[in-house]
Design a protein. Structure first.
Length: 65
């Protein structure tokens, strides 16, 4: 299995966009692709249209948003 990390300290540098499109491209090419988002804002799930319920851990780490 190959692992690819999309990581940068700069905000808004298209990390999530790159990760989602890279994963989509690999999936379209026939690869099985688990996409793991470590950002508690869950933008990757949002981009993929995943409707998830927040759990108590999310509330602990994300404050009052
Ligand atoms: N190639 C592109 N052309 C134009 N806009 C882009 C491009 N790539 C990303 N964007 C836009 O730039 C913004 C930031 O992208 P994205 O959310 O992927 O960045 P990020 O690095 O994950 O940000 P954050 O640090 O907040 O997690 C988004 O509004 C996205 O739609
Ligand atoms: Mg992001």
């Amino acid at each position: 299995m190959r692992r690819i990390a999309v990581s940068l300290t700069k905000d808004g540098a298209a990390k999530t966009t790159s990760a989602v499109n890279l994963a989509a491209g690999l999936a379209l090419a026939g690869q099985r692709v688990p996409l793991i988002d470590t950002d508690t804002r869950g933008q990757t799930g949002f981009m993929l249209g995943v409707n998830f319920k927040r759990n108590s851990c999310d509330k602990e780490t994300s404050g009052s948003r």
